[in-house]
Design a protein around this ligand. Structure first.
Ligand code: FEO
Length: 399
């Protein structure tokens, strides 16, 4: 358990790492863990910004006592986001600091009643300020980044933006907590996996939030997950800006399902074609063995997406169906897509893949390749042609 750590004088990170939970939200693997960042401001008034999940609560309370001393109380708890990974410790915080006043907006108040039976809070409007003594907090409502009540809190003296889930990522904080203290290459894939799986669906609202804050002088970005950005806060804002615009990097993702190897053989021919077409960045996933969260991450990063599925029960292979449902729900757009697949006694998978491409308004790259039982050498050549055509599309878009 890390000790609390000052971000600037009298403002402390008091978050906790979670290396015990296997699946975030019960869905998404977090092999590198995750941090729940909470912050304490000590001024004439003391303020806690968000809490943590209901684990490591004793360590969390110890940290708060260490920063506050044994007797000092906390005056306010600002709730930027009420999801239980940030509010799970709220009931115990209320018991330990019985006079604490919860600060939130009208939606926060509505949800708090149902979630924790809290009858009333200190309500704030968009743009409203709260004076703490030397410091002032200003609140910006940023709904649907990631729930309707989400807001951001801006500390005006040092320019700290307490951003809620925005600008966050998976990955426990391995000792360092600041962008200049950690290996950003280690974190960046996990930040994108977090963005694409958790926040990506709400990209238009991320764009609105970035626009809303464009005139605010943000010197430090302090999210509820992942590193705190004090040396280059613009870096994480630019990444979130790019990802939420659905801008892609050159590269091709090939995702396939295969029961007995026929579709996998086609996938390998497609991959060969992409390489022959001059694209080196190829990410191949067997949908039966790659967790969907990694596939979604790569689909969010790269321009080309090629999907291959065998037919199962006259339709899509179920793991592929599950991936497509999620990609549809996440509203991935602005991608070029190719499809291929196989069938035995009944077709259906390739038709469903084409429908997905059409419904998502993705740009179809041809040829579409469909094989019965096992691809012939001509059909494998068409798979290579699909790969080459996708490579050409990606390279053209790069120019
Ligand atoms: Fe980290 Fe939407 O909670």
């Amino acid at each position: 358990m890390q000790n609390g750590k000052p971000i600037v004088k009298d403002v402390y990170w008091v978050g906790v790492n979670d290396r015990r939970t296997a699946l975030f939200e019960g869905i998404w693997p977090i092999p590198l863990g995750v941090s729940y960042n909470s912050y304490l401001i000590v001024d004439e008034k003391t303020v806690l910004i968000d809490t943590v999940k209901d684990l490591s609560v004793n360590g969390y309370l110890n940290k708060l006592k260490q920063m506050l001393g044994p007797d000092r109380q906390i005056d306010y708890l600002v709730i930027n986001h009420l999801e239980p990974d940030h509010s799970g410790a709220l009931p115990i915080i209320k018991r330990v600091f019985p006079n604490i006043r919860i600060v939130g907006n009208r939606k926060t108040a509505e949800f708090l009643k149902d979630l924790y039976g809290v009858p009333d809070i200190h309500l704030v409007q968009d743009g409203e300020e709260l004076r703490l003594g030397r410091r002032t907090l200003q609140f910006f409502l940023t709904p649907m980044v990631h729930w309707p009540e989400t807001m951001m809190t801006y500390e005006t003296t040092d320019g700290i933006l307490f951003a809620g889930d925005a600008f966050g990522g998976f990955g426990a904080l391995e000792g360092g907590i600041f962008d200049d203290e950690v290996d950003l290459d280690y974190y960046e894939n996990e930040i994108l996996r977090y963005f694409s799986n958790i926040v990506g669906k709400y990209s238009p609202m991320v764009q609105k939030a970035i626009q809303k804050l464009s005139d605010v002088d943000v010197k430090i970005v302090a999210s509820t997950h992942g590193p705190i950005w004090r040396t280059d806060p613009g870096h994480i804002i630019r990444l979130y800006d790019r990802w939420s615009r659905h801008e892609a990097e050159p590269g091709v993702v090939v995702v396939f399902g295969s029961m007995y190897g026929a579709t996998e053989k086609m996938a390998e021919a497609v991959e060969r074609g992409v390489a022959d077409g001059g694209v080196k960045t190829i990410r191949a996933h067997n949908i039966s063995t790659s967790h969907v969260s990694y596939v979604i991450r790569d689909a969010w990063r790269y321009q080309g997406l090629i999907l291959g599925s065998p037919t199962y029960d006259t339709g899509l292979f179920p793991p592929m169906e599950s991936l497509l449902r999620l990609l549809c729900s996440k509203k991935l757009s602005n991608r070029s897509a190719g499809v291929f697949g196989s069938y035995g006694w009944s077709g259906g998978a390739v038709k469903a893949l084409k429908q997905f491409v059409e419904d998502g308004k993705l740009g179809l790259v041809e040829p579409v390749v469909e094989a019965r039982f096992a691809a012939t050498s001509e059909q494998l050549e068409r798979c290579r042609a699909l790969g080459r055509a996708m490579a050409e599309r990606v390279r053209r878009d790069e120019r």
